[in-house]
Design a protein around this ligand. Structure first.
Ligand code: CA
Length: 222
């Protein structure tokens, strides 16, 4: 997959140096001279990394940085001619991931862009959506679109694990929340329900969703 980079820079000499250095890495670079031009390109496609100059003939690159951050996840590196502390602080406050003051070495820029691309790929590699859906009103949970046939307590355990979003819940916690004051051997009761839950989840999806943390409790991969 080819990485795409948007460079917003009105200085022709700097832009050509940057474009040359980035293209040599095999990255696809789109160059805009003006804010208005960059906005037009961004309406057509998203880029893996945005390199934004601060001082532009038709405005301030920091505005675009703010817009990108409000619109969602984007990797932004600000380029500033002035190298002013103010731009750096503002850029990072507005959500820029990195900042470089001109003049900078193309090699250094390439290294910083590579780091941003790596982070962008890590984000993209995260699971897009949980395989579980929880219908709280109906007190039922589905896995891969299939409603699970759970007993009331199995449902209770799974619902608590889901709500914990991967955090470890101790047996004591699960027992208190689901069984309350009923007396029974706590550990065995929870373990038995976890065991039947695992079997029911496995019947739908072979992966292991529930992790046992020895001496601590259980967590759910969502
Ligand atoms: Ca400029």
């Amino acid at each position: 997959m080819m990485h795409s980079i948007l460079l917003l820079e009105d200085d022709a000499a700097i832009a050509s140096t940057v474009v040359y250095a980035l293209e040599r890495e095999g990255w696809q670079v789109t160059h805009a001279h003006l804010l208005r031009e960059a906005r037009g390109l961004m309406a057509l496609q998203t880029f893996d990394v945005y390199l934004l100059d601060v001082g532009l003939p038709d405005g301030n690159g920091l505005d675009l940085c703010r817009e990108l951050r409000q619109a969602g996840d984007a990797r932004v590196l600000m380029l500033s001619a002035r190298g002013e502390e103010m731009d750096r602080v503002l850029g990072l406050e507005l959500g820029a991931d990195d900042y470089m003051a001109k003049p900078f070495s193309p090699r250094e820029l390439v290294a910083r862009v590579r780091a941003l691309l790596r982070r962008a790929m890590q984000t993209a590699a995260l699971p897009a959506a949980s395989p579980f859906t929880h219908d709280e009103a109906g007190q039922r949970i589905s896995l891969q679109g299939q409603w699970l046939d759970l007993t009331r307590r199995e449902y209770g355990v799974l619902a608590l694990l889901l709500a914990a979003k991967g955090r470890i819940l101790s047996r004591e916690h699960l027992f208190e929340r689901i069984w309350g004051l009923e007396t029974d051997s706590m550990e065995r009761t929870v373990d038995t329900h976890i065991k039947t839950l695992r079997a029911k989840l496995k019947a739908v999806d072979a992966r292991e969703f529930i992790t046992t943390h020895r001496g601590m409790g259980y967590s759910l991969d969502t």
